[in-house]
Design a binder for this molecule. Structure first.
Ligand SMILES: *[C@@H]1O[C@H](CO)[C@@H](O)[C@H](O)[C@H]1NC(C)=O
Ligand SMILES: *[C@@H]1O[C@H](CO)[C@@H](O)[C@H](O)[C@H]1NC(C)=O
Ligand SMILES: *[C@@H]1O[C@H](CO)[C@@H](O)[C@H](O)[C@H]1NC(C)=O
Ligand SMILES: *[C@@H]1O[C@H](CO)[C@@H](O)[C@H](O)[C@H]1NC(C)=O
Ligand SMILES: *[C@@H]1O[C@H](CO)[C@@H](O)[C@H](O)[C@H]1NC(C)=O
Ligand SMILES: *[C@@H]1O[C@H](CO)[C@@H](O)[C@H](O)[C@H]1NC(C)=O
Length: 911
């Protein structure tokens, strides 16, 4: 049988055009999740047997969620007596093959990062009439100890009730189990009698075998069956402070988590971003969290609190003791933190460092905590220089923890900054529990027990990280390595650290527990898992040849151990004539390669028609609106009726740009655009926004702030709705936390003047900026800036961009939008049109309907009533210009306030 190689790249989120398979056409015979945890290393297998029950061949989907921290190590399909096995390959190599597959007309499958802790794996295969397929996915994960517990999360959502549904968890801990808690959305009373647990000294078995009825009845479950997670928390016994050392096959892993030690008083400085982007709920939650955290300080702790925007505000210039009086005063300060201004991270962190540095106290542990939600926008803004400054100032003396609030933040810079300084970065998700996330993070570092921890393994090599700046109660230090020549006799592990001011040594020389012989290869895999994770951190942190070296080592190990990491992809052979699937593992804060190949296949590999200009330095973009709107696109002399959106050597263009650009691409792509567009228009998630240039009231001469009118197509109203927003400030156009995407726009100061800038931030480090002259791509990771001034197309990670004449087409995974360039009465401006977005209620912004339902009401002359989210609102008839199309036309609309349209206060539309 001929086989076609089809690739699964983990990480792709696509499916713009692919129609969703109809889930009624197949039957899930069985859905099993089997997770085995041995010494905190979890191997989970999800297998699902599915039958096509219709009389023709059918595309059957396998769609699961796995923990972000896990690596997929195996994926197989069993069909018609054949086994189709996944092979992990170098990502770039797999991608090349995939491109070839795509040009044969195949489309892609999906994995994307979703939510806080899970990412999604999705693929499909064509199954002949009345045949069956079995999918089997395996992933591995080293469980991390946090606040005194390990956590195993299992997510089940088969998308239909399943007769044979089983979740089995087996935990084996030689050291002995200490606590077992079953939590998660599936641990509800409806499922209570479907859950069994059998816990003994060293083992626990937990199973969930719900009946079909139970699968429909539980909270968060529906006719589509179970939907939720089962979370198992546990801890192990630790008789010896030295911890638990296991060996096997020439490798060892050492879990070190002593708790029976005195705490070290700490000196902690909180550096809190109060820039304008923290406005609203974020600032509110930060205040709540801070107040809570302050109350948790111990009396012998010392602390400092500074807030910053472009300036620094001290509560006190020096650290003070956490006496109840000081804490009360600091709380009052925290309660009054107001958002304003821009973000000078450099200055703020340096000041925090100064405060800790002048305050040296024997016998204490210093910690610097930065909370920010945005990029450095004032003072020093170059990320590499900020890193260098901070690293030099801290000089390894204490850890820096960076908390990135939301998705506007350049998370990679925060990660690098904290890795540079022995700390860690943490994402705080914008949600109702953000304050709890902040508090939770603080609790993790609240109790330092040891400082300057050095783990020494004489007779060991190829060690994972062995030096740790601080060790906190409730956490765990894990080191793995190779036992040289497998000579256990001369292998001597030891931990040396400072406990308060005393040097302490932990060793297992007097240990009564024998080194455990673990099953073959598990310890080796733990070593490989940890090594790959740490090499990827190094890769992020380093530059030049060292970076390449770390990358290569990480990749070689990923290939050897068959880990699907951000550097590798999985290739699966499928029967001939199949749609291919492109699946990459996304990095934290990153999604990969979604549309690249598709665009190539649909539009032909182009780029040749556009000229790309690489500029060394571009003025800091910023959205302050004070960039001159001169020049705009080219004036009169555009050739052959194709005035270029981005001009023929625009007058106001930056120096160095060539004087003319090549052909307009609209002609080339016309068919494709229509095709693309039509497919998209069918989606339910479509939103349309247009603007008007026609003021509905008689112009007044008062100097009120100018406004911009937006038009939204509403369902079930006789006319579209329209509303006005003040043209001051940075408008939140779109924010989809689950896709790590934010789009902001700056409005022209003129009434209904459209946008002068639109900035798109994707993942933590990609920034795309459109102005009326050009389209720029800034990669904060590499510092590279590319500016386009004529038709071109390119992809960068999950982003695919096609720059056309008067239009830029941007796809970010399953999100698609267009920035139109309009020119009216010689004035040029931008207008964003959202073409497709995921059905995702976390999306917000002016471009989003927020799932509001507009019900048509009674019309009486020039007024009418519409219903928004159940609320009746009186609207009046007005006019707006439809900018969704290349040639705007005036339309009637029902005018209401923005507050009414979105049922939110207007300030929430601004950053
Ligand atoms: C789960 O996996 C373990 C380890 O591979 C195996 O021993 C066990 O039989 C499996 N359990 C079920 C119910 O499949
Ligand atoms: C560390 O944690 C353990 C277990 O939660 C607790 O019993 C102990 O008191 C803690 N130590 C300190 C110094 O807080
Ligand atoms: C250990 O490190 C050495 C030197 O870097 C390398 O040659 C060797 O392959 C490594 N061993 C393993 C098991 O990776
Ligand atoms: C770890 O710390 C020890 C002692 O503080 C030092 O000698 C050693 O060089 C450090 N190792 C690494 C890899 O930083
Ligand atoms: C460990 O053993 C040595 C001798 O074998 C003994 O001197 C020492 O006191 C023991 N340490 C502990 C903590 O038991
Ligand atoms: C549309 O509006 C009419 C009244 O104008 C109402 O009867 C109908 O139920 C509405 N449809 C929906 C889907 O809300």
């Amino acid at each position: 049988m001929r086989r076609v190689t089809v690739l699964l790249f983990l990480g792709l989120l696509l499916g713009l055009v692919t129609t969703l398979p109809n889930k009624d056409d197949w039957d899930i015979y069985s859905f099993h999740i089997n997770s085995t945890v041995t010494s905190r290393y979890a191997t989970t297998v999800i297998s699902s047997r599915v039958a096509n029950r219709i009389d023709q061949s059918k595309e059957i989907e396998f769609h699961v969620r796995i923990p972000k921290n896990a690596f997929i190590t195996k994926f197989r399909m069993f069909m018609d007596g054949e086994v189709y096995d996944g092979v992990v390959k170098e990502k770039e190599q797999a991608e090349r093959q995939y491109t070839a597959a795509v040009s044969q007309g195949q489309s892609a499958g999906i994995v994307s990062s979703v939510g806080r802790t899970l990412e999604e794996f999705k693929t499909s295969v064509n199954v002949a009439a009345h045949k069956k397929v079995t999918f089997e996915l395996t992933y591995e994960e080293l469980l991390k100890r946090r606040l005194g517990k390990y956590e195993l999360q299992i997510y089940a959502r088969p998308l239909q009730p399943v007769k044979d549904f089983k979740v089995d968890v087996h935990i084996n801990e030689e050291a002995g189990l200490k606590l077992i808690e079953i939590k998660g959305g599936l641990n509800t009373k409806e499922l209570a009698n479907a859950i069994t647990q059998d816990v003994s000294d060293k083992q626990a078995s937990i199973s969930l075998y719900p009946t079909v009825d139970q699968q429909k009845a539980c909270d968060s479950c529906s006719d589509a069956g179970l939907n939720g997670d089962l979370v198992i928390f546990y801890d192990v016994k630790r008789e010896l402070p030295f911890g638990d050392l296991q060996t096997g096959d020439g490798y060892f892993v050492h879990h070190f988590a002593p708790s029976n030690l005195p705490r070290i008083p700490k000196n902690v400085v909180f550096v809190i971003d109060q820039s304008g982007s923290m406005h609203g709920r974020k600032m509110q939650q930060t205040r709540i969290a801070l107040i809570h955290i302050l109350s948790d300080l111990e009396e012998d702790d010392f602390f400092g609190l500074i807030t910053f925007d472009s300036e620094i505000f001290h509560w006190k210039r020096e650290l003070v003791q956490a006496t109840s009086k000081n804490i009360e005063e600091a709380k009052t300060f925290a309660e009054n933190i107001q958002d304003r201004g821009s973000t000078d991270i450099n200055k703020a962190v340096l000041e925090g460092t100064r405060m800790l540095n002048v305050y040296t106290r024997e016998d204490s542990a210093s910690i610097l905590i930065l909370l920010t939600d945005g990029d450095p926008t004032s003072g020093e803004t170059n990320p590499e220089r900020i890193r260098a400054n901070i690293k030099q100032a801290i000089a390894g003396q204490f850890p820096l923890y960076c908390l990135g609030f939301g998705f506007d933040v350049n998370f990679q810079i925060l990660e690098k900054m904290s890795l540079d300084n022995n700390g860690a970065a943490r994402r705080i998700y914008e949600d109702s529990d953000a304050n709890l996330q902040l508090q939770g993070f603080y609790e993790e570092v609240a109790t330092p027990l040891l400082k300057d921890v050095t783990m020494v393994y004489i007779g060991g090599s190829n060690l994972t990280q062995t030096n740790f700046s601080q060790y906190y109660n409730g956490s765990e230090l894990v080191v793995a390595g190779v036992i040289t020549n497998n000579d256990i006799e001369s292998f001597t592990p030891e931990v040396v650290a400072l406990s308060r001011n005393t040097k302490v040594t932990f060793s297992n020389r007097n240990a009564t527990t024998e080194l455990t012989e673990a099953p073959v290869d598990r310890i080796q895999r733990v070593w490989a898992y940890l090594t790959v994770k740490q090499l990827m951190e190094k890769e992020l942190q380093l530059s030049g040849p060292e970076k390449e070296k770390a990358k290569k080592e990480a990749m070689d190990l990923s290939l050897k151990y068959s880990f699907v990491t951000p550097l590798t992809s999985m290739v699966v052979t499928k029967p001939p004539g199949e749609d291919s699937a492109v699946l990459h593992k996304p990095k934290e804060g990153q999604k990969t390669q979604p549309l690249r190949t598709r665009i190539h296949s649909r539009l032909g590999v182009s780029g040749a028609s556009g000229s790309i200009h690489r500029l060394k330095a571009l003025p800091e973009p910023g959205l302050s609106g004070n960039r001159p709107v001169s020049g705009f696109f080219p004036a009169p002399a555009s050739p052959a009726g194709h005035p270029g959106f981005y001009g023929r050597g625009g007058r106001g263009g930056p120096p160095g740009l060539p004087g003319h650009f090549s052909l307009p691409s609209a002609v080339i792509y016309a068919d494709d655009i229509t095709d693309y567009g039509d497919n998209l228009m069918e989606g339910d998630d479509m939103m349309m926004i247009a603007a008007t240039m026609i003021p509905d009231t008689t112009p007044t001469t008062t100097k009120a702030p100018s406004t911009q009118r937006f038009l939204m197509t509403a369902t079930n109203t006789s006319l579209p709705l329209c509303f006005d927003l003040s043209a001051s400030g940075r408008l939140k156009l779109l924010r989809i936390p689950s896709r790590e995407l934010t789009v902001n726009g700056a409005l022209s100061p003129e009434i209904n003047g459209g946008f002068t800038h639109i900035v798109i931030r994707v993942q933590s480090y990609l920034r795309l900026e459109a102005d009326t002259e050009s389209f720029s791509v800034m990669n904060d990771q590499t510092g590279e800036i590319t500016r386009y001034t004529s038709p071109a197309q390119f992809t960068a990670d999950s982003v695919a961009v096609i720059i056309r004449d008067k239009e830029v087409d941007i796809s970010v995974g399953d999100i698609h939008f267009v920035i139109l360039g309009h020119e009216i009465s010689g004035r040029k401006f931008l207008w964003p049109v959202l073409k497709q977005m995921p059905a995702d209620d976390t999306a917000e912004g002016v471009l989003v309907y927020n799932n509001a339902h507009y019900e048509g009401g009674v019309t009486m002359g020039s007024t009418s009533t519409v219903k928004v989210k159940g609320k009746n609102i009186i609207v009046s008839r007005s006019r707006a210009e439809d900018y969704r199309v290349a040639t705007p036309t005036a339309e009637d609309c029902w005018l209401l306030s923005a507050e009414d349209a979105f049922q939110k206060p207007a300030p929430e539309f601004f950053n």
